[in-house]
Design a protein around this ligand. Sequence first.
Ligand SMILES: [Zn+2]
Length: 235
Amino acid sequence: MIARARAAGVVRLITVSSFIGDAEACAALAARHDFIHFTAGVHPHEAKSFTPEAAEGIRRAAALPRAVAIGEIGLDYHYDFSPREAQRRVFCAQIALARELKLPVVIHTREAWDDTLRILGEERASEIGGVFHCFSGGTAEARRCLDLGFFLSFAGPVTFKNARDVAEAGAFAPLDRVLCETDSPYLTPHPHRGKRNEPANVLLVAAKIAALKGLTPEAVGEATTRNLEAVFRLA
Ligand SMILES: [Zn+2]
């Protein structure tokens, strides 16, 4: 899968933690491949199992070589796998950790725009910056995220025929604030929808962003690589 990503032209790959303990596996993978970096963090689904020891684990992982961000962190009011009160508490705690470690954040937000943006504002997250991963909003939400100084990372849904709002946001967002991702193994872009997703498919996302903006896929690839290097401080 990594070889296919390379062959497709992927030059930077971020493997993202969701669960307590993921970060160590991500760090080990990143250590074997120069073009891979990783994040450490606890997904809102897992907020209920966030402990002081988990925070220590994130701190340890974030100190390893090739760690670039704290994430995925955020709020998911669609599934509510953890109580919302716990999600908000753990989100705040991890933003504070990111501020302390001077790392950007990778945000997961679903059906929770108001609380997500309010907490990011209150916790002064714009001082560290970061990415809204798998951006799912329309232009109104895009504007609010951009105003906070964040980048918008588009994934498979921008290629879906029924995702008009996200496509409008993709057309609207300035090229120097856009990233492309796959969220593998989920959210496989058109025309492979229904199959397991993998990093090589990021080219389909970039091609869609290019079509929305009237640019070449190469121009989008170059810009999003530059943006990735800027937000994760790899330049
Ligand atoms: Zn996510």
